[in-house]
Design a protein around this ligand. Structure first.
Ligand SMILES: [Zn+2]
Length: 74
């Protein structure tokens, strides 16, 4: 069972943990994280990915892409 987290709590978590200089240390405020070919498990398995960041830029980018796909499908 998971406990829900509010958008405010999520934003506070990101600000406190991943934005020490008010810049996202995960993506550099680009909104996209690309770790393909750069991250490997201790067993050597490649586990990188191209994903939207958890920061406001990443969330906004993901939402915009989702909305533009919806418009194309109409
Ligand atoms: Zn970010």
């Amino acid at each position: 069972m998971s406990r829900p987290i509010t958008k405010g709590q999520f934003a506070d978590l990101w600000l406190n943990e991943f934005a020490p200089k008010h810049l996202c240390c995960l993506c550099g405020n680009r909104g996209i994280i690309d770790t393909r070919g750069k991250v490997f498990s201790p067993a050597g398995i490649e586990c990188g990915a191209l994903v939207y960041c958890i920061c406001p830029n990443g969330r906004s980018l993901k939402k915009q892409i989702f909305l533009s796909k919806e418009q194309r499908d109409e």
